[in-house]
Design a protein around this ligand. Structure first.
Ligand code: PNS
Length: 168
């Protein structure tokens, strides 16, 4: 059975993430989407909230599990006996950062963890969780970036009515 981990912050999950999840789930027998519990950052959503969002968004994918992890990805992967990490590449600007992490993980894991990159579908190449948060912070329209139930939660965090101020 071929298994993979898709790690990330997912703060919040976007259509770009969902696209990578759906495609990775069609390649691997089992995909574990894992939310990093990074105590050094102050996220918009708690780990539990991000896990729940991912669970709801992937409920139609029977071979996808959602979990969280702390610490190094290689340690978490080793504990689960998984040897492939999935990451999405949107543009060349992602590549340098992702290559460095992939090579670090390969070296640190003593060749046990490989990274497979999926190129984000062009329609989502512009998307990032940071821009979603910035647009929503100013009450802009994020309906093309995240599922409706996620947009509602993001606006709620910023104290807006459900569709943001611009669409009232
Ligand atoms: O969604 P993100 O924030 O780009 O995801 C980054 C993530 C979670 C994949 C990466 O930061 C990670 O794996 N962190 C866990 C700590 C770790 O293993 N660091 C070693 C790689 S330099």
């Amino acid at each position: 059975m071929q298994r993979a981990i898709y790690p990330g912050s997912f703060d919040p999950m976007t259509f770009g993430h969902l696209d990578i999840i759906e495609r990775a789930a069609s390649i691997f027998d089992e995909l574990t989407v894992s939310v990093l519990n990074n105590t050094a950052k102050t996220p918009l959503f708690s780990v539990e909230e991000r896990v729940n969002i991912l669970k709801e968004a992937t409920a139609h994918l029977p071979n996808v599990k959602v979990e969280s992890f702390s610490g190094l990805l290689i340690d978490y992967a080793k504990k689960k006996d998984i040897h492939v990490a999935i990451r999405g590449l949107r543009a060349i600007t992602d590549f340098e950062y992702e290559l460095q992490i992939a090579q670090t993980n390969k070296k640190l894991s003593r060749e046990s963890l490989d990274t497979i990159f999926l190129t984000t579908s062009l329609e989502y190449a512009y998307l990032s969780s940071s821009s979603v948060k910035e647009i929503a912070y100013f009450g802009g329209d994020i309906s093309q970036c995240v599922p409706k139930f996620v947009a509602d939660k993001v606006y709620e965090k910023y104290g807006f009515p459900q569709n943001g101020v611009e669409n009232e």
